[in-house]
Design a protein around this ligand. Sequence first.
Ligand code: RIB
Length: 292
Amino acid sequence: MTAESDAPAIVVLGSINMDLVTTTGRRPAPGETVLGTGFAMVPGGKGANQAVAARRAGGEVRFLGAIGTDVFAAELRRTLTDAAVSTDRLRTVAGPSGVATIVVDGDGENSIIVVGGANARMTALTENDLAAIAAADILLCQLEIPVDTVAAAAHHARANDTTVVLNPSPARHLPAELWADVDVAVVNSGEAERLGADLDPVAHLVVTRGAAGADYRGPAGARLSRPSPQVDVVDTTGAGDAFTGALAAAWHRGPEWALTWACAAGALATTRLGASSSIPTREEITAALAAE
Ligand code: RIB
């Protein structure tokens, strides 16, 4: 915890992308062309979105990642600094930044293709990165940077009593040694199915179910379910990131509160277009819960 308050110190290790978002009535079938209804460039990336979400939900957040030297880099950095996320561990590497091509249909559902760019160059952690992880309450990671780097960070966190929260997205099979260092896993229902028994050793498993809310399975068979506040959905992009960042920021208050807090954050994020731009503040989350 930081000295001034009970805000948890969170290091987010992950990706930062420029999202190129096209809206359309329906997504095209293979080989088909459809007319779109709009286009926007919105800063995103699972790592950056979760960093902004954790900050807005009440954490003290440091982002550990990489941007390139292209036209997107300055705006990507500004997204973090504007949100009061610390960027002292953000590096710049020569070449393109990460980019995500996103299509959002009339139901607010999306399809995403990510090209890693600078994120793929996050292949090593410096002494200062490791010191930041060791000093944090929580390390929060996803899988849009090289898995070996995530594994090294998680191992260092575990050795220094820093709680490891992993959102294994995009989902893939991971080494057992990495799962052994994870305290909390956050997956959507599709990822839970894909990862199956890989998730068994994780002490705290959170499964998001979209509009149906989220489920929790803890040590010794503890189980919880929380509904999601009902909202008018505009765009589901980044809703999982809003949920995960908020969960990390509230984890020190216990799984029950964290799940309730995160469900509200995830639901609110679907009411606006874009990823980082749709993430709710602590005040908005509090108001949504008070209105229930
Ligand atoms: O989770 C949503 C994010 O996935 C987008 O912001 C996009 O950049 C991809 O990383």
